[in-house]
Design a protein around this ligand. Sequence first.
Ligand SMILES: [Zn+2]
Ligand SMILES: [Zn+2]
Length: 454
Amino acid sequence: MIFRSLCREAEIGSNSYLIDTGKACIVLDAGMHPKKDGLDGIPRYNLLEEDSVDAVVVTHAHLDHLGSLPIVLRDQPHARAFFSPAAAEIGVAMLHNSVNVMQSQRIELGITEYPLFTHRDIDDLEKKFEMRGIERPFDLDPEGTVRATFHDAGHVLGSVGVTLKAEGKTIFYTGDVNFEDSTLIKGANFPEDHVDVLIIETTRGDNPRRADYSRKDEEQALGESIAKVIERRGSVLIPVFAMGKTQEVMTMIHRFKKRNLIPRKTPVYMGGLSTKMTVIYDRFAKGKTRRTDDSFHILEDMEIEAGTRRRKGPIPLNPGCIYALSSGMMSEKTVSNEFARHGLLENPKNGLFFVGYTDPDSPGGKVRNATPGDKVVMDPKHPAVPFNCERKIFDFSGHATRDDLLKFILKVKPKKVFLVHGDPRATAWFAAQVKELLPGTEAIVPEPGRDYEL
Ligand SMILES: [Zn+2]
Ligand SMILES: [Zn+2]
């Protein structure tokens, strides 16, 4: 049995991994690189034999795990695609949105191979998606030689880690994981029994969390910061990813209002794709997924502006409002970018609050590192804008801390651990820790394309 990374590089990008047992071929995740264009952004599917794959398991609907699924399934007509029910629904919406983005990039950036797949392809694929609940074992190949079980990964709605049992061995793949409860969704519920092989994300390996952090205090600090901006008749922009962060932030705002930390009548805005995602989040309340408040429905229980109706031009910037708009990195041509350029950044009364990761090269990353008074280029096609508003950075990461990940490795004591989904410094930290604390375990940063015997 072998493990092979199909990623382009050892990094966070187009995640995809192969387990070949000799009797069955299983692909774990089928990502698309968020920063690379065209075919450079897809995994090394040329390393898969044509029509050899029995199953593709998608751990969650972020594009770095899902975005190239239509492409791998095109070459692998007999492969079945397995999801948790919530990940399948979100996944379809994410893939359709990805087609729209590729279509506009084809025009604007002249990337002629775009779109890599069409809306029609997704409609056809969707019928083939197979949904499996958590903690319910199922077969991945027709002969039943590989058995899989999903476990809640606590990262975003529908995210799972997966146990594979094959050839007398147990393999566990975490996907993206968060062990702590978020505001809306609960932390991971992973089995802690011994495994032979662990494939684990290492996103925050180079990024220790400050010792005095508590999520409760962080939420309180965000609430108080919003309250101050509203009080001085400014507006708050919180750049968020449409799926995950939007719903977490909305749940926080709902709680701030209930506790009268911010005025109950404060208008709250969200953008188009976020609304679509929130509809799905709400559909999976009431016992369908693990969450902190089962009966809370974001769209029913909160009065949210904007909604699904299509707007012409930018969302109006009114004083005393909260705007939770995507994208989280404030990428060019997204609502949060346009909104920041049209008056938010330049007014010292306003607040720009980051709640998640931003790539340093992204427009969001640039504002994050800018000095007040600087002019910031948010979009090269538009003039630079003066950055005068209040800026704060909060930590509501959807990824486990490195200490929690390490604790998990120590509990399951794998014979081999593959360190994936992290930059070189992140994987190096884990490799060093494992070497010291679990000398019997082999820690491997898998070289893309190389076969590792399991
Ligand atoms: Zn993710
Ligand atoms: Zn990821």
